[in-house]
Design a binder for this molecule. Structure first.
Ligand code: MEV
Length: 340
């Protein structure tokens, strides 16, 4: 028995962090996916391999403990008592992904009663603010539902995936898991969920990402503390982000290129004020603008991770510049969400 599911990552154009406080956001699902393959196990544990990250782990079916297996040991039969293993408490950043898989797999509906071999293939860089953990979570839940031959509506899947993110990260909005489930170009509100946006302009977008991963849970916590320490300043700043996102939706749907770009640049200033910028991200943002992007900002949680640049007529120039500084790719919007 072998099943496979995939789900796209995402890029936020407007409203990250504010969305955690009930504000709207605008985001796109991107043409880069997480692909999960589940096979019946060769032993009675859950063996997980993520070859793109060189991460190999084992999850104990009974106590759900995660053991990380050193790369040199991967040719041996993984053993929970191996000297080279470590528990979930000291997982490295990359290996932290195992926690999302464990939480998704052991959700009430799909608790495994026999060993599984799980392979995770990643087209999305990890910790880059591009929704890798949401994509992995959504694809794991979808693959597990298929494996157990259970019906799962998209609505239920998005809800379960959000619960997994909440459990692993401590705090999260449903934005990332919604995009990985449904795909498309969306205006997200907590009240109405994902509303599709029809842009009246081309959206040539380039993502540049730094080698430094950002930790979403920690960054959400940083903003929470800042808001707690300065409620009279951060409250209105988040309100301004809400107005900005609503203006951006109007600008996108009425085809106002210059206004979209200006709003991205203002959003960047506000994210900087929230304390989620870094020197490396700033560098990419200004390199993109110097190479011809008319708007550029952090995308996602910040603190490392990625920027997104809006570059009508200058995609190649911006891509080349960002590639020469760090890593970059051109974004195309994935209308497809989860596939299983
Ligand atoms: C992370 O991709 C975006 C944040 O707004 C957190 C969230 O929405 O869960 C920073």
């Amino acid at each position: 028995m072998k099943v496979r599911a995939s789900a796209p990552g995402k890029a936020i154009l407007f409203g990250e962090h504010a969305v955690v406080y009930g504000k709207p956001a605008i985001a796109v699902a991107i043409n880069r996916k997480a692909i999960i393959t589940i096979r019946e196990g060769t032993d009675d544990a859950i063996n997980v391999q993520i070859p793109d990250l060189d991460v190999y782990g084992q999850i104990d079916i009974d106590n759900q403990e995660i053991c990380l297996i050193n790369n040199e040991e991967t040719s041996k039969t993984p053993s929970a008592s191996s000297d080279t293993s470590s528990t979930s408490n000291d997982l490295s950043y990359d290996a932290g992904i195992l926690k999302y898989i464990q939480t998704a797999l052991f959700s009430d509906e799909f608790k495994p009663d026999h060993g599984l071999d799980i392979q995770v293939d990643l087209e999305i860089p990890i910790g880059a603010g591009l929704g890798s953990s949401a994509a992995i979570t959504v694809a794991t839940l979808a693959a597990a539902a298929r494996y157990h031959r259970q019906e799962l509506t998209l609505e239920k899947l998005a809800h379960m995936a959000h619960q997994v993110e909440l459990e692993v990260q401590g705090a999260a909005s449903p934005l990332d898991t919604t995009l990985s489930t449904y795909g498309g170009f969306i205006y997200f509100t907590h009240k109405e969920g994902a509303l599709k946006i029809k842009p009246a302009l081309e959206m040539p977008l380039v993502v540049g990402y730094t080698a430094e991963p950002g930790n979403t849970g920690m960054l959400i916590e940083r903003v929470r503390k800042l808001r707690q320490n300065h409620p009279n300043l951060i409250g209105p700043l988040l309100d301004t982000m809400e107005k900005l996102t609503n203006e951006a939706r109007d600008a996108i749907t009425s085809g106002e290129e210059k206004r979209v770009a200006e709003l991205m640049n203002i959003n960047q200033g506000l994210l900087d004020a929230l304390g989620v910028n870094t020197l490396e991200l700033s560098d990419l943002i200004y390199e993109a603008r110097n190479a011809g992007a008319i708007g550029s900002k952090i995308t996602g949680a910040g603190g490392g991770g990625s920027i997104i640049a809006y570059c009508p007529g200058k995609t190649r120039e911006v891509l080349e510049k960002l590639e020469s500084v760090e890593n970059a790719f051109q974004v195309s919007i994935s209308q497809k969400g989860v596939t299983w």
